[in-house]
Design a protein around this ligand. Sequence first.
Ligand SMILES: [Ca+2]
Length: 268
Amino acid sequence: MCTLKLTMRLVLFAAVLAISMLGCPAQTAIPVYSYKVVHVFPHDGAAFTEGLFYRNGFLYESTGLPGRSSIRKVRLETGEVVQQLTVPEPYFGEGVVAWKNRLIELTYTTQLGFIYDLDTFALQGTFHYPGQGWSMTQDGKQIIMDDGTPDIRFWDPKSLKEVNRIRVTANGEAVENLNELEWVNGEIYANIWHTDRIARINPANGKVLGWIDLTGLLPKADFLPEPDGSEQVLNGIAYDSKRDRLFVTGKYWPKLFEIRLQRGSDIR
Ligand SMILES: [Ca+2]
């Protein structure tokens, strides 16, 4: 009798648990952040921006396309290019990152990276990597790199060899087209190519912690005649950790924005 009662209770408990789980959302809502513009800075509207980071009052920017690729040091306040290196054809410049006194650059499909002197932009060496190269950032310990897929690779900064990788997912779904990256307060921020969204990614497991919706950031009146069809898209995140300033821009955008994030609605 006691055994039967216990069994009945267990069955009832299991049924209640199953019903309560059915009643709960299977997925957790991912917060969506909107933005407030803090400052607007000039940006070269001819720059096909592929890489961007901030360092000591300057933006370091790489531009893409064969024959138009460059590495630039840009004064934040004025947009003035104070130093520039042309990346020769056939290379298509992509992401850039600083590591100590080196500036490291990816190329799109040629599987060849360039290492420059951070101060002079003098070429110091090259390196190879598999797959495509899209963007880079670093967390003080490793170089963080992506290739347009949902995967983010972690490289040893000395050897530039892969030591780990994560798959970026939002509610279990892989997130494609990860583009320009930035390390911000323990998270990886990634532009999603051809969208107005930035994913805030947990570097430990690849889970998207939040979305930043930048719809409408560049006013329609500021869109230039499109030199390359529909490629005038958001791309470029930089962060000034000392002053907690977040900058974003895009390909062929004549403006660069300092923004502050605001918690908005929740979506799945
Ligand atoms: Ca960046």
